[in-house]
Design a protein around this ligand. Structure first.
Ligand code: FES
Length: 277
């Protein structure tokens, strides 16, 4: 059971500004029904001020609460002010969201962004928008507002895998969209490990890959009655037989092959490519 703030409960039970706006000046959408959450945001804009906002959502209580508070936050704001609203500000306005529900605030931010892009041309929208930064470093995990510098600091302090970085910074613990970017940062800052892998003989590489498959990937797939078998390794190409699926793949919108590749890149070497045989 998630631990919700009173504000989340209030906005879930009594959502503000539910519905649509006829002749809306801008409409934005985010999420997808196939993923369980979808938000449609309607804006009425007068003289660059958002004079009204309404939403329709299909999703969990946090999605309703985040959408509801977002409409309250943007009504009366100028478009420039609305552009700068971050998902963290949406979550903060609700006195926080459980980590697993931070993606609901991201969905609110994305629907707002989509509406504003539809109102401006996309080019104009980005030309005026500053990249979101924290102390001068670009934000990589938007759910938890974790910057590139914080991830590099974690790596410099001994984090070697995505899970290590998540434990130290919380990055990647909600929607997971930042995983690939985090992985890249780890790779760039663990150059010695890369050299170490490149220096292995073909047999040593197979053994290393197979160890990760048998000890980490296969047990995880087995939880969802999935399976994996290493067929061959040719250079940086890894050939596997796969069966079933895994729940974490569905949550992160990955295929099973993507999941295996992600794990091998994370735990063995980022240059590896996975192919199904
Ligand atoms: S962007 Fe959602 S967990 Fe990082």
């Amino acid at each position: 059971m998630w631990d919700y703030s009173d504000k989340v409960k209030d906005h879930f039970k009594n959502p503000r500004n539910v519905g649509s706006i006829e002749n809306a000046d801008a409409i934005g959408q985010a999420g997808a029904l196939s993923c369980g959450d979808k938000l449609k945001l309607y804006l009425k804009i007068d003289n660059n001020i958002i004079t009204d906002a309404k939403f329709q959502t299909f999703g969990c209580g946090s999605a309703v609460a985040a959408s509801s508070i977002l409409t309250e936050m943007i009504i009366g704001k100028s478009l420039d002010e609305a552009k700068k609203i971050t998902n963290k500000q949406i979550a903060d306005a609700l006195d926080g969201l459980p980590p697993e529900k931070m993606h609901c605030s991201v969905m609110g931010r994305e629907a707002l962004e989509d509406a504003l892009k539809n109102y401006f041309s996309e080019e104009d929208y980005y030309s005026e928008l500053e990249e979101e930064k924290k102390e001068g470093s670009p934000i990589i995990c938007h759910c938890f507002s974790i910057s590139e510098k914080e991830i590099i600091d974690a790596v410099n302090n001994g984090a070697k895998t995505f899970d290590d970085v998540s434990k130290i910074t919380s990055a990647g613990l909600a929607c997971g969209r930042c995983k690939d970017a985090i992985l890249n940062i780890i790779k760039q800052n663990l150059k010695e490990d890369k050299k170490e892998f490149d220096s292995l003989s073909p047999i040593q590489k197979i053994i290393k890959i197979n160890n990760v498959i048998e000890n980490t990937i296969a047990p995880e797939l087995a939880l969802d009655r999935g399976g994996i078998e290493l067929v061959d390794v040719d250079g940086n190409n890894v050939y596997v037989k796969l069966q079933g699926q895994c729940s974490s793949c569905v949550n992160a919108k990955r295929t099973l092959k993507n999941f295996v590749e992600f794990k091998l890149r994370e735990l063995v070497d980022n240059s590896l490519n996975v192919f199904e045989k």
